[in-house]
Write a protein that binds this ligand. Structure first.
Ligand code: FCB
Length: 534
């Protein structure tokens, strides 16, 4: 541990939690075990070319069978928190009906063991593995799926909320609805604008119904959800790029958060979408207004958006210019996605300023700082959790058997520093989770991208700590060492600094940038800053 790492560790409050994250589908394997039902990902993976190299999650990290030694490994890292997800198809194999006891027992044992080892269990109820039986009757595009989700949430929390006090409802709703229902790149692989818009509204409703269902089971637990977020910059100062960025920012960051927290979809979104495309029923907007107890953030990049002409196929995420569709269909909702009817809006993952990871994502730690401080302005005091932060590099053990992933160490150090800066600016950040504990099944990319701080040899299931895992362990140890001394005297920065201070200090564009490139204000509070000219 260098002095600078120790200095960084000391910048975190004594009750801050450092953790690691996984999700059920990406690590468990054992897809037929103990009465688990099929999910949309098995169906999707069976399609030709859906997953790179035809890989599947049938074995993954074999965590379902190796969970006991896996918990020991997690505990050996010295982390405080373990974010994992619960597989709905293990709990209700067809997405409805009584609990499959063996499936729920698995998570019950996992929770008990985590607690025994002094780890916070931090589960997410839905990380993309919808029971196939529900997709067969419409999936997230069907209103009923929101009710099914609430029922599932109640079943799980009835059993576990005596021991688990913080629950995330969903993981990255924008990503799984857009990529699953519009772009066809993730399960269930649909490419239909109407399905996408309906799935958005169903998932918003599922948040509200799920939130209430969990609170009805146990009003004392905290219920939040986890969102992919990114600061958004227009590529140039041209009005069309600024407009595209405003639109992209609302789509990516706010179409789920705003209805829950404020009771309304972002206006720029509604301006472009006839309400009936979302299938909003009378009373829905009042019902969905259920402010979350915390917000989870997964921030992997910044977004630079321009109003483009064409959609390059190789971008992992695309914003579709729905305005063009409404025009071409006379403002009605019956869209399908074709090369002609979509996308005057084009996004890019940053410029070439930062280095890129193997995913092609620009390394831009300030993005995480800006998202955290931006949310703190919009929702002063709201607890924020960094639920995923990490990077893929093509690392393999060297001749010495060690994975020397210095780039990943640099990545986590820089992102932890960004969190520390956000804390200093008054953001109420409560935890940071490295994505991921293990190299794992990276969805449509299969096993190629390795995000783990622990290397997994998929032939032998051998787990080997990478240098980054050792670094993280030392970093956390250093943070813990200073805790006892500081506990008696410390106040959290968020107690001490008013949210006004955040606005004026932390994310106000610097004077030069402001002079040259006026900021674009979106809604009442968020600011998307123009990109600094190269
Ligand atoms: C996020 C997902 C997570 C993982 C990382 C790399 O979008 O939540 O499951 O795939 O990206």
């Amino acid at each position: 541990m260098t002095d600078s790492n120790a200095g960084l560790a000391a910048r975190f409050p004594t009750d801050f939690r450092f953790g690691v994250a996984t999700s059920a589908y990406q690590i468990e394997g054992a897809l037929d075990a103990d009465g688990r039902g099929p999910s949309i990902w098995e169906t999707f993976a069976a399609r030709p070319n859906a997953i790179e190299r035809g890989e599947t999650a049938a074995v993954a990290c074999d965590h379902y069978r190796r969970w006991e030694s896996d918990v020991e490994l997690i505990a050996s890292l010295g982390v405080d928190s373990y974010r994992f997800s619960i597989a709905w198809p293990r709990i209700q194999p067809t997405g409805r009906g009584p609990v499959n006891a063996a499936g729920l027992d698995f998570y019950d044992r996992l929770v008990d063991r985590l607690l025994q080892r002094g780890l916070r269990p931090f589960p997410t109820l839905y990380h993309w593995d919808l029971p196939q039986a529900l997709e067969d009757v419409g999936g997230w595009a069907s209103r009923d799926t929101a009710d099914r989700f609430a029922e599932y949430a109640a079943l799980v929390t009835s059993r576990l909320s005596d021991r688990v006090s913080e629950w995330s409802l969903f993981n990255e709703p924008y990503i799984f609805t857009s990529r699953g229902y519009l772009l066809g790149r993730y399960a269930p692989g649909r490419r239909n604008l109407r399905s996408f818009l309906r799935s958005v509204h169903t998932v918003v409703r599922a948040h509200a119904l799920g939130y209430r269902a969990v609170k009805a089971v146990n009003p004392d637990v905290a219920v939040g959800s986890v969102f992919a977020m990114a600061p958004v910059e227009p590529a140039t100062q041209s009005p069309v790029d600024i407009e595209a960025a405003r639109y992209g920012e609302a789509l990516f960051n706010r179409i789920f958060v705003d209805p829950l927290m404020r009771g309304a979809y972002p206006q720029v979104f509604l301006d472009n979408i006839p309400a009936r495309a979302l299938d909003i029923q009378p009373g829905d907007m009042e019902a969905v207004h259920t402010p979350l107890d915390f917000i989870g953030i997964n921030c992997y990049y910044r977004l630079i958006i321009s109003a483009g002409e064409h959609l390059p196929d190789n971008l992992p995420l695309l914003f579709f210019g729905l305005r063009a569709d409404t025009r071409s269909t006379g403002g009605h909702a019956d869209f399908t996605v074709t090369q002609d009817s979509v996308s005057p809006v084009l996004s890019a993952f940053g410029r070439s300023e930062g280095e890129r990871t193997e995913m092609g994502w620009e390394i831009w730690p300030r993005a995480l700082h800006d998202v955290l401080t931006g949310l703190s302005i919009q929702y002063p005091g709201l607890p924020l959790h960094v639920c995923e932060s990490g990077c893929a590099f093509s690392d393999a053990p060297g001749e010495d058997g060690v994975v020397h992933d210095e780039s990943r160490i640099a990545y986590h150090r820089a992102h932890l520093a960004a969190v520390a800066d956000a804390l200093s600016a008054g953001a109420n950040v409560r935890s940071y989770h490295a994505w991921s504990l293990y190299d794992n099944f990276e969805w449509a990319s299969g096993y190629r991208p390795r995000f783990g701080i622990v290397h997994v040899d998929y032939k032998t299931q051998q787990r080997t700590l990478k240098r980054s895992a050792e670094w993280y362990r030392e970093f956390i140890r250093s943070a813990h060492t200073t805790r006892a001394e500081r506990r008696t005297t410390e106040t959290r920065p968020s107690d001490a600094i008013a949210s006004d201070a955040i606005a004026s200090d932390a994310i106000a564009p610097d004077a030069n940038a402001t002079d040259a490139l006026p900021a674009v204000t979106v809604g009442s509070a968020d600011v998307i800053r123009p990109a600094t000219p190269a």
